[in-house]
Design a protein around this ligand. Structure first.
Ligand SMILES: [Zn+2]
Length: 256
C-alpha cells in the first residue's frame, strides 16, 4: 500500500486546513481498500453528506474519515456533541477511520478502523461550550475517546508507517461483527464488560476477577440492581460469540 500523499493535487490550495483535507481524502480514494469486504477501492460521496464521507461500491458500507497530525491513541476531536449522541442512539453512524499523518513526510503514519457497532455514548466526551466571544458562541463539540473502545473494536490498518495485510484486516472486522448489538443500552453493557475482561492481565480468570469491577460498573449503571448477574449474562454472550470459553466452576479463558 502506498502511504504517500499525492502533493500535485494541492498545488493551487493555500489554506493548510483545506490542503490537509484534500490530501487525506484523496489518499483514501486512491489507496485504501474496503476494510469490510476487501474490495480494492472505496469511493468518495459526491457532495458533503452530513453522515459519511466514503462508501464501498461493492458492499455499500459507509465510512467517515477523521484525520489529524499526531497520536490517535487517546482522543480525537469531532463535531457537535448532540449530533454525535443522536447518531449513535439512532444507529446512524458509519464506520470511522482515524488517521494520523505526518506533515513533514507527507504520508500516513497510523490508520485505524472503528466499526460502527463499537460506538456508545460513553466514548463521546462533551467539550466545554465555545466562549461568548467566539463566532459560534456556546457551541458544544465532542471528543471521541479512542482508548475507551475495547481493543477488539480498534482495527489497525496502518501502524507506525507499516500497513497490515488486507486479509488480516478483513478477518478482524468480520470477527468483530459477532459483537453487533443494535440496542445501544445493551451495547454499552457489552462494551463495559469486554473492557473489564481485557483489563484482567491473565488469560484464565475467575468470577472473582471480573467481580472486582462490579463497583465501578454499579456507578456507571445506577439503575441496575443486580450487577453480578448482568456481568454473568455478558460473559455468556462473549462465550456464545467465541471470545471466551467456560472452563467450569466459574472459571473462564480468553480466546485469542
Ligand atoms: Zn466493501
Amino acid at each position: 500500500m502506498n502511504l504517500k500523499f499525492n502533493l500535485d493535487i494541492v498545488e493551487n490550495y493555500h489554506s493548510n486546513t483545506q490542503k490537509a483535507r484534500v490530501l487525506t481524502e484523496s489518499w483514501v480514494t486512491e489507496n485504501l481498500y474496503c476494510p469490510r469486504c476487501g474490495h480494492p477501492n472505496i469511493s468518495h460521496f459526491e457532495n458533503n453528506r452530513p453522515v459519511a464521507d466514503f462508501y464501498c461500491p461493492s458492499c455499500s458500507n459507509e465510512f467517515e474519515l477523521k484525520s489529524k497530525k499526531g497520536s490517535i491513541q487517546h482522543k480525537v476531536n469531532d463535531g457537535a456533541y448532540e449530533t454525535m449522541i443522536q447518531r449513535i442512539t439512532s444507529n446512524q453512524n458509519p464506520d470511522f477511520l482515524f488517521m494520523n499523518y505526518s506533515k513533514e513526510q507527507n504520508c500516513v503514519k497510523d490508520l485505524i478502523l472503528i466499526p460502527k457497532h463499537f460506538f456508545v455514548p460513553d466514548i463521546i466526551e462533551k467539550r466545554p461550550p465555545l466562549a461568548p466571544t467566539a463566532r459560534r458562541a456556546g457551541w458544544v463539540g465532542c471528543n471521541i475517546l479512542i482508548d475507551k473502545i475495547p481493543v477488539q473494536g480498534r482495527i489497525d490498518i496502518v501502524t507506525n508507517g507499516q500497513s497490515k495485510p488486507v486479509m488480516d484486516v478483513v478477518n478482524l472486522v468480520n470477527k468483530s461483527n459477532s459483537l453487533v448489538v443494535s440496542n445501544v443500552s445493551a451495547r454499552g453493557w457489552l462494551m463495559d464488560v469486554l473492557n473489564c475482561v481485557n483489563q484482567i492481565p491473565h488469560d484464565v480468570f475467575g468470577l472473582g476477577d471480573i467481580y472486582q469491577f462490579a463497583n465501578s460498573l454499579a456507578i456507571k449503571h445506577p439503575q441496575n440492581n443486580n450487577i453480578e448477574a448482568k456481568i454473568r449474562q455478558q460473559l455468556q454472550f462473549l462465550r456464545d460469540k467465541g471470545y471466551i470459553e467456560f472452563l467450569g466452576n466459574g472459571v473462564y479463558r480468553k480466546i485469542q
